[in-house]
Design a binder for this molecule. Structure first.
Ligand SMILES: CC(C)(COP(=O)(O)OP(=O)(O)OC[C@H]1O[C@@H](n2cnc3c(N)ncnc32)[C@H](O)[C@@H]1OP(=O)(O)O)[C@@H](O)C(=O)NCCC(=O)NCCS
Length: 168
């Protein structure tokens, strides 16, 4: 059975802390997601309004197979919000991975890589997920490179998007 979406769903490594998003994170998430240099990486790249974000969050709270996380860099006693990702559309032992981004100034530091590894280990152990898949624009070379480093294998290439999957 999948865990309830409570504050208890959190996990960490020496460098990274991962927890579920709360209502208090919505403006930060929206700010990251609407960034002009970032939003075109998402299939829905339109600017998200405050009202749309709240509607999405209220629906999200009801979805029991959709977990949006925020990961932070652990620095001394401080947690510095570094990015977000989701495991969603969970059907039995298979989950989709996505809605992922890293704050611009914290990219290319291996934080995302470490947070993903920790997420997938937890997904296997506590969510009993065995396979994860994602879709990414074929033009998003950086994301594809990182997904390959994480062990994702391209499965269904199409003209503009690539589907990739990973056995946990
Ligand atoms: C795609 C995105 C999330 C990647 O984030 P990132 O900060 O570049 O990721 P990381 O720094 O963790 O990348 C991992 C790097 O560490 C490497 N790495 C780190 N630790 C490693 C380890 N222990 N073993 C192997 N490789 C490791 C990876 O191979 C990769 O290599 P490189 O930088 O040497 O080329 C980020 O660029 C982003 O937010 N982009 C905009 C939004 C977006 O595209 N989202 C995805 C939509 S599908």
């Amino acid at each position: 059975m999948l865990p309830e979406k409570t504050a208890d769903v959190q996990f960490f490594t020496d460098r990274v802390h991962i927890r579920l998003i709360t209502e208090n994170d919505l403006e930060l998430l929206r700010f990251w997601r609407n960034d002009e240099t970032t939003r075109h990486f998402f299939f829905n790249s339109a600017i998200i309004s405050n009202e749309q974000q709240i509607i999405w969050y209220n629906a999200y709270k009801r979805w029991n197979n959709d977990y949006q996380f925020i990961f932070s860099l652990r620095k001394n006693d401080e947690l510095i919000p570094a990015g977000t990702f989701a495991l969603y559309n969970i059907q039995g032992k298979v989950a989709e991975f996505g809605r992922a981004l890293v704050v611009k100034q914290l990219r290319r530091k291996g934080i995302f890589f470490e947070a993903c590894k920790c997420l997938f280990e937890t997904a296997k152990k506590h969510f009993l997920i065995e396979r994860v898949f994602l879709e990414v624009y074929s033009s998003n070379g950086r994301a594809i490179h990182v997904y390959q480093a994480l062990g994702f294998i391209p499965s269904e290439p199409s003209e503009s998007k690539i589907k990739m999957e990973k056995t946990l």
